[in-house]
Design a protein around this ligand. Structure first.
Ligand code: SF4
Ligand code: MG
Length: 327
């Protein structure tokens, strides 16, 4: 079986004074070994909560209340924090825009990087140091030897982010979850990091779950694209089909707002309105208040995912006649 990660009907809720607020609402998808899957959508669509759920990093008042996350043959829902810690930074690695797993302030960058390399690669201490410095250079850190000997507090936020990326890549993980990994970095460094991630895929058959607003990055990196809206998957397609024949009106809106810079966020204004909050979820299709094709049925009935001839999965009534619903 070449499926590495299989997420089934994932439900993650946040428990507030006003009750349970579903942030991820029945999300299913899978990632094969060596596959790069991009997850796109506006802020508040549930992309990051989906990745935190997979990483076991949803904290109170959030809670996974349903579904399963099979990774490498193991169901991750309900495993202990200790088991999760073992997985993270090993088979399962992550890069966040705002590094959640901060560097240990008591150890040098070199200590922390070499530790990971020694754990994952069969090399001597001297070789680990060489490789560590090489990784720092690869993520665009100037004066890498000096940084290698430095403590985290002496580095800027951007530098620390690059160190985190170097550490995540040094693990040779089976799955790398990257949540807006390069958004905060300048274009040159961004290109270097993406190149590094592509090398990793090829050398180690690493799968990447890439969460991004940047459709340019999606086009360059992804095999498969998942579009999320209001806590649900609304379209899934291979990258060529998605760009050539986007099916869901929301996906069409995303693509129509061709990003001029890297910030899809800004250009999304061409789709009128905003993502509904879980507290004010429209009945029927969640996109209906913003959809130019909304029909009467869309207001009252929530569409399931349909399959198209091009093998897309689309959560939209416009596709109800193409083939039988798959969910
Ligand atoms: Fe638009 Fe209706 Fe399709 Fe929803 S189901 S995306 S409202 S056409
Ligand atoms: Mg994915």
């Amino acid at each position: 079986e070449d499926v590495l990660l299989s997420v089934e009907n994932l439900q993650t809720h946040f428990f507030t004074e006003n009750g349970a607020v579903p942030s991820v609402n029945g999300v299913s998808f899978s990632i094969k070994h060596g596959e790069t899957v991009a997850i796109v959508g506006e802020s508040g669509c549930g992309k990051s909560v989906t990745s935190l759920s997979i990483m076991g990093l949803v904290s109170s008042p959030g809670k996974i209340v349903g579904g399963s996350v099979m990774f490498n043959g193991q169901d991750l829902i309900g495993i202990s924090d200790k088991q999760y810690r073992k997985l993270r930074g090993n088979d399962l690695s992550m890069i966040f825009q705002e590094p959640l797993t901060s560097l240990n302030p008591l150890f040098t960058i070199g200590n922390q990087l070499a530790e990971v390399i020694l754990l994952h690669q069969n090399v001597s201490k001297e070789q680990a140091k060489e490789k560590g410095i090489d990784m720092l250079k690869k993520v665009g850190i100037p004066r890498a030897e000096k940084v290698y000997r430095s403590f985290p507090h002496s580095l800027s936020g951007g530098m620390r982010q690059r160190v985190m990326i170097a550490i995540a890549l040094a693990c040779s993980p089976k799955l790398l979850i990257a949540d807006e990994p390069t958004t905060a970095l300048d274009v040159t460094i961004q290109a270097q990091i993406l190149g590094l991630m592509r090398d990793l895929v090829q050398e180690n058959d690493t799968a990447i779950m890439l969460i991004t607003h940047d459709l340019g990055v999606v086009a360059e990196m992804a095999d498969t694209v998942i579009v999320m809206y209001a806590g649900q998957v609304v379209e899934e397609a291979d990258v060529f089909t998605l760009f050539e024949k986007p099916a869901h009106p929301y996906t069409q809106g995303l693509l129509a707002s061709t990003p001029k810079i890297n910030e899809l966020e800004e250009t999304l204004t061409s789709i009128e309105g905003t993502v509904p909050t879980p507290e004010s979820m429209p009945t029927g299709c969640r996109f209906s208040p913003r959809c130019p094709h909304a029909m009467e049925r869309c207001i009252t009935e929530a569409p399931p995912l349909f399959s198209t001839e091009a093998d897309q999965h689309v959560r939209c009534w416009l596709f109800s006649k193409e083939e039988a619903a798959i969910v």
